[in-house]
Write a protein that binds this ligand. Structure first.
Ligand code: NAD
Ligand code: UGA
Length: 431
């Protein structure tokens, strides 16, 4: 059993804390957001993530997981401190490191014994060295510590499975002993462990996210070509995916990527390249292609409506940036709702879990508690998020509820032939 502190109880920190406590460690999870910590103490989760509430409850009950806002309490007797705070985009696309700086400063001021500081936040190359400088500078008296990079690769919506069964664990440090200690901590996960230097570990994270984003933008471009020539991008992706060098994952054409990660990480990597006088052409195009998807889907919806959404009512099926999460950060639904509203449409929406988070961000969108209620009287529906429950909707019923049977399927969840046979005016992506 190790004593671990996790700084930040968001998507990454809370999952990291809960999973390490479930592996038998003693974890104190800390956040500066008092309300989050008070709620967690009452068993109320700050985010929606399948299985998380039960995992947290089990480990709190077993006495292995607790919550605090007090750094001194969290770091007492602690051997490892994970930093898992946000690194959002700054004004020019760079990663904003203010939360990392503040976490590092608080750790430095409150550590009472030698400590391995493990950075899990996605941070620009060189941040580990910078964190080490902050800690050295801010310590009231010199005390041994090491900074290790251990980037996180989990996805929202499947975070617990991704954390406990990772494809690999990446550990970067110049301090071999510290790197080995962190490796020991991860041994129960039974994944290949890559030990490297700090900067390389930081780069592995950005390069991985940028590559996945590139794969999605690539298939979206292929989708457009498929559509122009009458091929089916779903079958193209399946056919490509059998080649182990390509792989089937992250080849789902649709509305493109959103969320709190790919958008900011591709921008931050491009910014880093430009800072060194390089021209990150691929990264820039990957982002451009991605954001064009949202405009295109709004435009295609208008085309289905006869050329204009003015005066029409459009219902969005799904708001979250992907299924199984309530995360609305850079969700394509925001741009689509705004584009349709700007064209004069009344926009409605239904999402199984994201509506509470979405409502303040989309004040003009009418939220419905049920997809059928939302469909009643709509001129068109747009599939924005591929929640499983949308795949089995009673489409005959939907057709009778709609004012006109129009469906813009932004996630390719329905069968085009069946939809057309049923009498829908239907458009999919690249099919
Ligand atoms: P988040 O916004 O959900 O959570 C961050 C938490 O940190 C918040 O609760 C905030 O109150 C807290 N915080 C901020 N400053 C603090 C401080 N000084 N001390 C203590 N707590 C503080 O963020 P997230 O989505 O979990 O992302 C965290 C990092 O992990 C980011 O760098 C992100 O890029 C990376 N990452 C995220 C995911 C993901 O799926 N969300 C996956 C892999 C990596
Ligand atoms: C992504 C990565 O997959 C994680 O490995 C990484 O840890 C995380 O970013 C991060 O660094 O924060 P996440 O953003 O949670 O995880 O979700 P993904 O499943 O990757 O989906 C991202 C976006 O791409 C979603 O909007 C999704 O709809 C879209 N997507 C995904 C597609 O359009 N097509 C696909 O084939 C796959």
């Amino acid at each position: 059993m190790k004593q671990i502190c996790v700084v930040g109880v968001g998507y990454v920190g809370l999952v990291t804390g809960a999973c390490f406590s479930d592996l038998g460690n003693r974890v104190i999870a800390l956040d500066v957001n008092q309300e989050r910590i008070e709620n967690l103490k009452k068993g109320i989760m700050p985010i929606y993530e399948p299985g998380l509430e039960e995992l947290v409850r089990r480990n709190v009950t077993a006495g292995r997981l607790s919550f605090t806002t007090d750094y001194a309490e969290a770091l007492k007797d602690c051997e490892f401190a994970f930093i898992a705070v946000g690194t959002p985009s700054g004004v020019n696309g760079e990663a904003d490191l203010q939360y990392v700086a503040s976490a590092a400063t608080s750790i430095a001021k409150n550590m009472k014994a030698p400590l391995v500081i493990i950075n899990k936040s996605t941070v620009p190359i060189g941040t580990g060295d910078w964190v080490a400088d902050i800690v050295k500078r801010e310590q009231p008296q010199p005390m041994d510590f090491a900074v290790v990079s251990c980037p996180e690769f989990l996805r929202e919506g499947s975070a617990i499975g991704d954390f406990t069964q990772p494809h690999r664990t990446v550990i970067g440090s110049f301090d071999r002993e510290a790197a080995n200690k962190v490796a020991q901590l991860h041994l129960p996960l039974r994944a290949p462990i890559v030990i490297t230097d700090l900067r390389t570990a930081e780069m592995i994270k950005y390069a991985s996210n940028a590559f996945l984003a590139t794969k999605i933008s690539f298939i979206n471009e292929i989708a457009e070509i498929c559509e122009a020539y009458g091929a089916d991008v779903k079958e193209v992706a399946a056919g490509m995916g059998y080649d182990a060098r390509i792989g089937r994952h992250f080849l789902d054409a649709g509305l493109g990527w959103g969320g709190s990660c790919f958008p900011k990480d591709v921008l931050a990597l491009a910014y880093m390249a430009e800072e060194k006088g390089l021209d990150p052409r691929i990264l820039n195009v990957v982002t451009d292609v991605n954001y064009d998807r949202r405009k295109a889907v709004a435009r295609w919806t208008e085309e289905l409506l006869g050329g204009s959404a003015n005066g029409k009512t459009v219902g969005l099926l799904g708001l979250a940036f992907k299924p199984n999460t309530d995360d609305m950060r850079d969700a394509p639904s925001i741009d689509i709702a705004q584009a349709l509203a700007a064209s004069g449409a009344t926009v409605r929406a239904y999402d199984p879990v994201a509506m509470d988070v979405a409502a303040p961000m989309l004040p003009d969108v009418q939220m419905f508690k049920d997809p059928y209620e939302m469909a009643k009287g709509c001129d068109a529906l747009v599939v924005v998020t591929e929640w499983n429950e949308f795949k089995q909707l009673d489409l005959e019923k939907i057709k009778t509820l709609l004012k006109s049977p129009i469906v813009m399927d932004g996630r390719n969840i329905y069968d085009p032939t069946r939809m057309r046979e049923m009498g829908f005016k239907y458009r999919a992506i690249g099919r």
